[in-house]
Design a protein around this ligand. Structure first.
Ligand SMILES: Cc1ncc(COP(=O)(O)O)c(C=O)c1O
Length: 483
């Protein structure tokens, strides 16, 4: 999106902004301001973008200029718009706003806010001991400048043997350590996709992968996932016909749907990708988080005869996102190319964090099963609370991962996310996981909060959903009676 919006562009983004207003007794200017604020919070309207002049937006929406002026004034008062005479008005966030790790903007100091937008766990208890041991190991590295662009040798070896345990023989020179999975993905895209080149993604998909591809100015094509996941024939045919430069797929407990790709499709994908000139970028972020006790099928790279698969994975989901340690598994020449790209961006990752990661990986047999037990308990609590409080919502209970992909009773996901803010509940609405503002019927609900908070969050969710149906004005809009 460019740095300034035309009236017609904003009108398209605003969609049916006033459809509910008369029924809810909301004045037009407040509905307009509320919808613009919602777009900003959902990330569909970037920060710092210049909004159309009042007259231009009024014409595009077929309303009076006074209404637009009042809406802009309201946004200025709430800190969502800044204006300067002669320069126009551009989007901002209130002073204490921060970016949360779903890519959404969120106010920074909100103690009462429950976060159902973030799908990640707090650190395991073992992290402290791992960090202590890492500090003790550090002296071994201090007589060296500390730049290790492909990662510390010990950690590369540990990641390689993890793949070997999954049935995929891997040597350390096939591994490069990155600052998290998203960094690995970004490096892969820098290497593989040029501006305007086609990149295939699942729909829905992980929003920050979309942001990464947008950053490369790739032409994003989507492959829709169905109720049971990938339609194998359709996916293979799509690859043959559209011949994308890369296909970004998440076969293990796909984010957000939780689908697990069957072995039969894994076996066929690399050969078809090879014949269509496609590089498969396979995101294994959730591979450790099986919740059934059964290991997922072998990694897609097991069936790769032509070095077409580049796997990315990391510590964030099974261990802790705050470590910022991820990796790429690829052919040794590909790892060398990626390392060269990496040197041109951040040179190398932090030594200490890699030492901590290596210590944690050494304890995988203890840490990971405990994480699975914790996540399973939380998943079951969320499922139970939803079935009780919102029985008309449909979802499949996933066999792994960290979230439910819920089909709502109506296409109200963005409106629900806005209403939920009033109940101090943060949500990531369905359209965040797609490219074209669709998926309004869906909502991703992570099961990463402790059980009592999940139950509380579902109560708030049910209240927000009921609010969308309520015809009268909401209590917060009613003037307080001062006696
Ligand atoms: C599918 C997927 N890939 C990558 C990431 C980002 O991982 P990291 O925090 O290691 O960059 C996430 C985080 O939510 C994810 O869900």
């Amino acid at each position: 999106m460019s740095a300034s919006l035309r009236g017609a562009q904003l009108a398209r983004l605003l969609g049916q902004w006033h459809v509910d207003a008369p029924r809810r007794n909301t004045p037009d200017y407040a509905a307009l301001a509320g919808t613009i604020r919602g777009l900003l919070i959902d990330g569909r309207l970037p920060l710092g973008v210049r909004l159309p002049a009042e007259r231009e937006l009024a014409t595009a929406l077929g309303i009076s200029r006074t209404t637009v002026a009042a809406a802009y004034r309201r946004l200025r008062d709430s800190g969502h718009l800044a204006s300067r005479r002669g320069a126009g008005s551009w989007t901002t966030m209130p002073g204490d706003a921060k970016v949360d790790n779903t890519g959404l903007w969120a106010p920074g100091t909100e103690p009462e806010m429950l976060d159902l937008a973030t799908g990640a766990l707090p650190a395991p208890a073992e992290l402290i001991q791992a960090a202590r041991e890492a500090v003790e190991e550090l002296p071994r590295y201090l007589d060296h400048p500390g730049y290790h662009p492909s990662g510390l040798a010990d950690l590369r070896a540990a990641v390689a043997s993890r793949y070997a345990e999954q049935g995929l023989p891997t040597s350390p020179d096939q591994i490069m350590i990155t600052n998290g999975v998203l960094h690995a993905l970004d490096l892969a895209c820098r290497l593989l996709v040029g501006a305007g080149q086609p990149a295939l993604v699942e729909s829905p998909t992980y929003p920050n992968a979309l942001a990464t591809l947008a950053g490369r100015r790739a032409r994003v094509l989507t492959f829709g996932l169905g109720a049971t996941g990938w339609d194998s024939e359709l996916l293979l045919e799509t690859l043959r016909q559209s011949r994308p430069r890369v296909a970004y797929l998440a076969p293990e407990y796909q984010n957000p749907t939780g689908h697990l790709m069957p072995q039969a499709l894994r076996e066929r994908l690399p050969a078809v990708a090879h014949s269509s000139g496609t590089e498969l970028v396979v995101d294994e972020s959730f591979v450790d988080l099986t919740l059934t006790g059964e290991a997922p099928p072998p990694p897609v790279a097991c069936f790769d005869r032509h070095a077409r698969v580049l796997s990315v994975g990391g510590m964030s989901k099974p261990y802790w996102g705050g470590l910022r340690v991820g990796w790429v598994r690829a052919s040794p020449p590909q790892v060398q190319r990626l390392t060269a790209v990496r040197v041109g961006t951040d040179i190398a990752g932090p030594v200490l964090d890699q030492l901590v990661a290596a210590r944690l990986l050494a304890q995988a047999a203890v840490v990971v099963p405990a994480r699975r037990r914790l996540v399973r308990e939380r998943r079951d609590a969320l499922v139970g609370a939803l079935r009780e409080r919102l029985p008309e919502w449909r979802f499949r209970v996933p066999d792994g991962g960290l979230s439910l992909w819920v089909e709502l009773d109506a296409p109200v996901s963005s409106a629900l996310a806005r209403a939920a803010e009033e109940y101090r509940l943060r949500l990531a609405p369905g359209p965040r996981f797609g490219v074209d503002g669709t998926l309004e019927r869906f909502l991703r609900l992570p099961f990463t909060l402790p059980v009592p908070e999940l139950v509380d969050a579902v109560d708030r969710l049910a209240a927000a959903r009921a609010d969308l149906e309520r015809p009268a004005r909401r209590s917060w809009e009613t003037p307080a009676l001062v006696a």
